[in-house]
Design a protein around this ligand. Structure first.
Ligand SMILES: [Cu+2]
Length: 82
């Protein structure tokens, strides 16, 4: 997966990123992480799939950075990779 999408210009243009999240031990971890994303400014939608270990995050690149999105995941105690 390339990272061209996150460099997309223009206000209000939402970007969707799919990340691999490891370290979750049960589905409640995924819902908890999802809830945390809802409180992160600029995040329009967050879906965490526990079985697939996949996070699909739609955010406004003018208001949020991929770096901070990853930081939320690692701060929550999980590992993330693109
Ligand atoms: Cu859990």
């Amino acid at each position: 997966m390339n990272s061209e999408n996150e460099k997309q210009k223009g206000k209000g243009a939402a970007v969707t990123k799919t990340l691999t999240v490891t370290g979750m031990t049960c589905p409640a971890c995924a819902s908890g992480l999802e809830a945390s994303f809802r409180n992160l400014p600029g995040v329009k939608e967050a879906k965490i799939d526990y079985n697939a270990k996949r996070a699909t995050i739609t955010y406004d690149p003018a208001k949020q950075t991929l770096q901070d999105i990853k930081k939320l995941i690692t701060d929550s105690g999980y590992q993330v990779k693109e």
